[in-house]
Ligand binder design. Structure first.
Ligand code: UD1
Length: 433
């Protein structure tokens, strides 16, 4: 299993370019199931979740070309025939977002057989709202042997009010509604930029949608969608991660190719901690030349502070003077990184959904374990300012969502390298449940 070895202490300097948003690319790839014509997606990040989605779509019978580098991070998906409208447990268990195929499959094929995702490292994460919404659209749903079976002749437009705001739930039902007969009104929708990006693709495919990116979305169903070409938005979480890295290391970093309008809550919170940034239309320059001050943080749905940046902010809070109270409102168990940060010398106390971080504490290198995608990012950030050489194990989590992370960090001055399984087992920290 690959590990990252990071020697802390270098300020990050220069320019780093942000990749396409994984969380926008995944629903857009699923949307290609809605048409028998080719859908071309550009700015696809080269990360493991994309490869998992490629496998998922290919297993159903879609033709998926995926090319990076000279091929400009492009995928062409043609779901001419879908012989097996199914998502197996083998794939869903490695990536919960696989459930995004449920809506498109039942809308296009009239049936879907998709594994239930089960729990994950950050909480229970049920898909009851996806199921309830599809039932509102007329799908008949049964659950057996860990799978959801959905059947419908043709979905029918309906009014759907989400009990709770869900990002992939909004996306799943938005896709389903595009091919439903009649009008669908969805209320209490997620307002994330990734939802709006998916709607932009669906619009290019011939869907009739209004209000995506707001909490009420109207869809007028059409009989058929066609092929389209679409460029995926930049990854706001990757951008946020690099901005925090620049601030934390006392660097001067230009985070290029991002959309600062998607980063408002993150930038406001960083300003509270004393971090200076200057914005251009597609870049953020961060200057870490000021001491950091503690700030409280509440994770919220967009446009609030994203839960996907909470772990990275905690790494920053360990280096900020004073007490920061971090409240995680979206997922019930998203503080796994705190335990590892403590092993590096951080002062973090967990009280239910709150983490109390007292800084400044010097961090010292240790062998640590990545427990989920964003937790891994927070360990990388902590390692960049720790004294000595940190070994981060289980970085396959990181590879799910960060493109070429060590190359990108190396290019801006970090001392970071990837190694295979060269350490004896006993040198590695014990696994968490
Ligand atoms: C998406 C993002 C993930 C991010 C999360 C919250 C993708 C691929 N992933 O995940 O990176 O951390 O949004 O911003 O876009 N819930 C239910 N029932 C449901 C669905 C969700 O109770 O049917 C709950 C969840 O358990 C959670 C909350 O709603 O507590 C929000 O989850 P949701 O927005 O659905 O997260 P994902 O879409 O899975």
């Amino acid at each position: 299993m690959d590990k990252l070895i990071i020697r802390g202490g270098n300020p990050l300097l220069g320019t780093v370019r942000v990749s396409g948003a994984k969380n926008a690319a995944l629903p857009c790839m699923a949307a290609a199931l809605l048409t028998d014509e080719p859908v071309i997606l550009e700015n696809i990040p080269q990360v493991r979740d994309i490869e998992t989605t490629r496998k998922l779509l290919a297993a159903m019978g879609a033709e998926v070309e995926l090319g990076y580098g000279r091929a400009h991070h492009r995928t062409t998906i043609c779901a001419r025939t879908l012989a097996a409208p199914e998502a197996s447990y083998e794939l869903v268990k490695t990536m919960r977002a696989s459930t995004l195929v449920l809506g498109p499959l039942v809308a296009r094929c009239g049936r879907a057989h998709v594994s239930l995702p089960g729990g994950c490292a950050i909480g229970a994460r049920p898909i009851d709202l996806h199921i309830k919404g599809l039932e509102r659209l007329g799908a008949r749903i049964t659950q057996e042997h860990g799978y959801v079976q959905a059947v419908a002749d043709r979905l029918k437009g309906a009014e759907i009010v989400f009990d709770k705001i869900t990002v992939t739930g909004t996306e799943d039902l938005l896709m389903a509604a595009t091919l439903a007969e009649g009008e669908t009104i969805m209320q209490n929708c997620a307002r994330e930029p990734e939802v709006a990006d998916l709607a932009a693709l669906l619009h290019a495919m011939g869907a009739k949608i209004q209000g995506a990116g707001t909490s009420t979305i109207y869809v007028k169903g059409v009989a058929k969608l066609h092929g389209a070409k679409h460029r995926i938005i930049p990854d706001r979480i990757e951008a946020g991660t690099f901005i925090v890295a620049g601030a934390l290391t006392g660097g001067d970093l230009n985070v290029a190719g991002c959309d600062p309008t998607h980063l408002t809550a993150i930038l406001q919170k960083l300003a509270e901690t004393g971090v200076k940034t200057t914005l251009k239309t597609d870049s953020v320059r961060v200057m870490g030349d000021q001491p950091l001050a503690a700030a409280d943080l509440n994770t919220e749905e967009y446009p609030g502070f994203p839960t996907d940046m909470q772990a990275q902010f905690m790494a920053l809070a360990t280096q900020a003077a004073g007490t920061s109270i971090i409240t995680e409102n979206i997922f019930e168990n998203r503080f796994m990184h705190a335990l590892e940060l403590v092993r590096m010398g951080a002062n973090v106390k967990i009280e239910g959904r709150r983490a109390v971080v007292r800084g400044v504490t010097p961090l010292s290198a240790a062998a640590v374990l990545a427990s989920d995608l964003r937790a891994s990012a927070s360990l990388v950030l902590a390692a960049l300012v720790a004294d000595g050489e940190t070994i981060i194990d289980r970085i396959y989590h990181l590879d799910r969502g960060y493109e070429h992370i060590e190359e990108k960090f190396k290019a801006i001055g970090a001392e970071i390298r990837r190694v295979g399984d060269i350490f004896p087992k006993r040198a590695v920290a014990p696994a968490h449940a």
